[in-house]
Design a protein around this ligand. Structure first.
Ligand code: ZN
Length: 431
């Protein structure tokens, strides 16, 4: 059986590399199309070898159409003295993502319907989009809004919205089997760190780890714009080999884990993630699937029924900083990223090493003492006995770990010891 290097990189190294990459990506104004998304993927491609795809605007994808490409160079609201009161160059959240171009002088009254702020969070800039309805607007802090004055203002959004392409990045790491594990992360959000620089940078670290191993499963990483990206990928690609999947988002904040189950609810990935979380020493919550959230909605739609869960820490919509400028680099921590990386590695580890074994001395209990297998901690002995008892070919190591209420790693170690002692052999799975 192939093995993955245990700690390459270590979780702290992976978290530090993640933070450095997040810092580099934060200033880029991303969207569901355009140069910001392209530049983001170009940087990711420096880290891991991506295939970058460009899908033309107007392409029919399932029930959707790839939209026009949006690009933005600058935007501001200036006062009569030419001072920038609101400045896109300072924070890309200041403009409603996908705003059509504007260049006008206007009064406060004319500008007012195009201003968005958060009265309950007066120092935060909200994140707003208008992808499928042509609109424009500025997102400002409540304090900025109050201090704007009456105008007149010079209002400029130097953007373009015209036929181009939708860009996404893909990486397939082939394993010894063609069965795939899908890791999908959305790359369309500007500025914000937890949602979703955290998902992007951890996907990169996980991909790096897998690129350094000879995995059993094949791993497909998708770096895509939210919703339209997964719909585009599903429309244009073969998803029939996907056996397990995770959407990764919001994995850098200090909250406990949230796992949103697949539509099926008891897929292997659901069991594996819950098993790993139960031994992670971090608080966690498990939620049933609902058809609202991230790209899992598309993967779990009834025409695909792909078993794709969603792993987060604080869930989308479930924290005060969500979709605001307060979801910044200060909101994500090295420790949280390290813990998230560890759980991802643990999940991969279970899927890589799960399998059924056959007890070669099934009549009665083999004598462990004479094989020097009886001198360990009680838990270790119990793990040996469980593996022997349930290894009649019908149960996998994960089944045994769940039933024995012991960590998969301990059950797997027991299976290795018993195999070495000639009491067990792996049942080869000819997939
Ligand atoms: Zn979001």
């Amino acid at each position: 059986m192939n093995t993955l290097p245990l700690a390459e990189p270590s979780s702290v190294e992976a978290a530090e590399a993640s933070l450095a990459l997040a810092r580099e990506l934060q200033p880029i104004c991303r969207s569901i199309t355009g140069d910001g998304l392209r530049e983001t993927l170009r940087i990711l491609n420096r880290e891991v070898p991506l295939t970058i795809r460009e899908v033309p605007s107007g392409t029919q994808v399932l029930d959707w159409t790839v939209p026009n490409e949006w690009n933005i160079r600058d935007a501001y609201i200036k006062n009569g003295r030419g001072e920038r009161l609101v400045d896109f160059q300072k924070c890309s959240l200041h403009v409603i993502n996908y705003s059509v171009p504007v260049k006008a002088t206007m009064t406060r009254g004319e500008l007012e319907p195009h201003l968005h702020s958060l009265p309950n969070r007066p120092t935060a800039i909200p994140y707003k989009t208008s992808y499928y309805r042509e609109a424009w607007g500025f997102c400002v802090t409540e304090q900025q809004r109050e201090a704007l004055g009456d105008g007149p203002f010079e209002v400029c959004i130097d953007s373009s919205l015209k036929p181009g392409t939708l860009t996404y990045g893909e990486l397939l790491i082939p394993g010894s089997r063609k069965d795939e594990f899908l890791v999908s992360t959305h790359c369309c959000h500007p500025y914000m760190a937890n949602d979703n620089l955290s998902g992007i940078v951890l996907s990169v670290q996980l991909a790096k780890r897998l690129l350094n191993s000879q995995p059993r499963l094949s791993y497909r990483f998708l770096f895509i714009p939210g919703t339209i990206g997964s719909i585009t990928w599903l429309a244009l690609n073969d998803s029939s080999r996907i056996r397990h999947g995770l959407v990764l988002a919001c994995l850098g904040d200090a909250g406990g884990f949230t796992y949103k189950k697949t539509r099926l609810g008891d897929a292997v990935i659901d069991r594996v993630v819950q098993h790993c979380l139960s031994y992670s020493k971090t608080p966690y919550a498990v939620r049933d699937f609902i058809p609202y959230g991230y790209d899992e909605r598309q993967y779990n739609s009834p025409g695909f029924k792909l078993p794709v869960g969603t792993l987060m820490r604080s869930p989308n919509g479930g924290y005060a900083q969500y979709h605001t400028s307060d979801d910044n680099l200060d909101f994500i921590t090295r420790d949280a990223l390290a813990g998230s990386y560890e759980i991802l590695c643990a999940i991969v580890d279970v899927l890589e090493h799960d399998g059924a074994y056959l007890n070669l001395k099934p009549r009665g209990e083999p004598q462990l003492g004479k094989r020097n297998l009886y001198d360990r901690a009680q838990d270790d002995t119990l793990a040996l006995l469980w593996v022997l008892n349930l290894s009649d070919g019908a149960f996998s190591l994960l089944d045994i770990a769940e039933r024995a209420k012991l960590p998969f790693t301990q059950i797997r170690h027991a299976a290795q010891r018993l195999t070495a002692a000639g009491l067990l052999r792996p049942l080869v799975n000819h997939e």
